[in-house]
Design a protein around this ligand. Structure first.
Ligand code: HEC
Length: 185
């Protein structure tokens, strides 16, 4: 009888372990489509963290958290960083007044564990553009809102066009102290 209890306990333990492994957090490493069961989809931007609910081989069922304003999903309540754009009629799960969850499937080839790898090219461009006149500032040393103020005058200094500026600003905000990338400081 004791043995039976022991093996049941072991099974439950293992089950818990596997569920945890399954619920791991990955990052979208390029702009990707999140497809809901009903065929609606959402565009998810690179660098966005997703919780994997179920790995189905070619794709994974994932959950994305954010704050909704119309069809736009932001990483924070103050809407500094757009993380997804929903198709008309994409159904979200309400978690609180403004916080929601998106559930859908995403191609496994577009997911990675390694956040640094997503931003390699952006980082190179950042150092090219932003270490000409002074040492390039440490991106995680400021919040997203601080960066908005710091970045604006530098767009002219670094002679960035509109596309380059928004490319860099997405990198900077995503890696800011309250951005998407969780690192130890
Ligand atoms: C052409 C020269 C030049 C380039 C290129 C340049 N900066 Fe600057 N940066 C300055 C000067 C001059 C200051 C100080 C005066 C000021 O704050 O306006 C400054 C100040 C800053 C500060 C404020 C530092 C502080 O502690 O107050 C930040 C942050 C910054 N730059 C970020 C950037 C970023 C990000 C880029 C790349 C997009 C960049 N800079 C490119 C000239 C430059």
């Amino acid at each position: 009888m004791l043995r039976l209890i022991q093996s049941v306990a072991l099974c439950i333990g293992l089950l818990g372990f596997f569920t945890q492994v399954n619920a791991k957090e990955l990052y979208v490493f390029q702009d990707a489509q999140l497809k809901a069961k009903d065929g609606k989809s959402a565009k998810v931007y690179l660098g966005v963290p997703v919780k994997v609910k179920k790995d189905m081989g070619k794709e994974s069922k994932v959950v994305i958290h954010g704050f909704l304003d119309g069809d736009n999903l932001y990483s924070t309540k103050s809407k500094e960083l757009l993380i997804a754009k929903l198709d008309k009629g994409f159904k979200v799960i309400k978690k609180s007044a403004s916080q929601v969850e998106l559930v859908g499937s995403i191609d496994n080839e577009l997911l990675t564990e390694n956040a640094a790898e997503i931003w390699e090219e952006h980082e190179e461009f950042y150092f090219d553009m932003c270490s000409v006149c002074h040492a390039a500032p440490q991106v995680p040393h400021h919040t997203m809102i601080e960066w908005e103020a710091l970045f604006t005058p530098m767009v002219g200094f670094a002679k960035l066009d509109k596309e380059e500026a928004s490319y860099l600003l997405r990198y900077i905000k995503s890696n800011a102290s309250n951005g998407l990338v969780k690192v130890e400081h």
